[in-house]
Ligand binder design. Structure first.
Ligand code: CAA
Ligand code: NAI
Length: 246
């Protein structure tokens, strides 16, 4: 029960890493707000977790839409009364080689992966600051720290997330708010299903640890950064990639 009495907001919590994190956080005693633009999957996940006895509710929002996010934050605070942990986990890919990439695809990935993190953090920060304690965890990527062929939009967004993390750690660290990032390697979710088979094999060979990551690997890292055990950790980027970038 490492999160007993805490309230956590997890964006992109309907699927993949976010959904596993929602379950883990619920089992660790947190009240969990799953935020996602996929209403059907989000409602289904929240219902499933409530059936397991966990305190989980679903809130629909597109993180790239600032007004939508503000309304969602008001609803979350009205339901739970407070927020202690914000996990900016929602993200998308629109991969293409640079010369073939449509500028609309470039912007869309930035809107969700970068502006979305800004929107959600800005919406919940006043509550975190008023409490004098809080944790913000942003999801970067191995692509944000090392780049990746076919992902210039995504790499820019995930590198930008690191810049925001370090800035907020400096702006808010003295006010009791820890802001950190997790940089996952390749994790077995729907997101990697677009990678061609041949490239997938090459990527696996680049990982010293002999497997891809699981959503649980990343949820465990989120848990550490959300818990009181990490109170002196601020502005860090925790690489959870099986040693791929070393
Ligand atoms: N590493 C090395 N070379 C790569 C590569 C990679 N990751 N991806 C593509 N290439 C190479 C191809 O082998 C190919 O080389 P040749 O021209 O010598 O044959 C060249 O780049 C062009 O590739 P394609 O022929 O596949 O070009 P395409 O236009 O049909 O497709 C693509 C381009 C959409 C980028 C496709 O290659 C692709 O999907 N690549 C994988 C991209 C990827 O790794 N995405 C990660 C998604 S998961 C995620 O993003 C989570 C996270 O945070 C890590
Ligand atoms: P996923 O595709 O399984 O889940 C992403 C979730 O985000 C989905 O439920 C989706 O509906 C939601 N979402 C997407 N856009 C949204 C928006 N605009 N507003 C609200 N919700 C939105 O992906 P996965 O793998 O669980 O990814 C989670 C995070 O981890 C993402 O930020 C991703 O970039 C990052 N990541 C994933 C890696 C992987 O290999 N799977 C590796 C490194 C980072």
């Amino acid at each position: 029960m490492r999160l007993k009495g805490k309230t956590a907001v997890i964006t992109g919590g309907a699927n993949g890493i976010g959904a596993v994190a929602a379950e883990l956080f619920g089992k660790q005693g947190a009240q969990v707000a799953i935020v996602d633009f996929n209403e059907q999957a989000g409602e289904a996940k929240a219902q499933q977790l409530r059936a397991e006895g966990l305190d989980v509710a679903f809130f629909k929002a597109d993180v790239s839409d600032a007004e939508n996010v503000k309304e969602m934050a008001t609803q979350v605070i009205a339901k739970f009364g407070k927020v202690d942990i914000l996990i900016n986990n929602a993200g998308i890919t629109k991969d293409a080689m640079t010369l073939k990439m449509d500028v609309a695809n470039f912007k869309q990935v930035l809107d969700v992966n970068l502006t979305g993190v800004f929107n959600c953090t800005q919406a919940f920060l006043p509550t975190l600051l008023a409490q004098g304690k809080g944790k913000v965890i942003n999801t970067s990527s191995i692509t944000g720290t090392g780049g990746n062929v076919g992902q210039v939009n995504y790499a820019a967004s995930k590198a930008g997330v690191i810049g925001m993390t370090k800035t907020w750690a400096k702006e808010f660290g003295g006010k009791g708010i820890n802001v950190n990032a997790v940089a996952p390697g390749f994790i077995e979710t729907d997101m990697i299903s677009t990678i061609p088979e041949k490239i997938l094999g090459q990527l696996k060979q680049l990982t010293p640890y002999p497997r891809f990551g699981t959503p649980q690997d990343i949820a465990n890292a989120y848990l550490f950064l959300a818990s009181d055990e990490s109170d002196f950790v601020n502005g860090t980027v925790l690489e959870v990639d099986g040693g791929m970038l070393t």
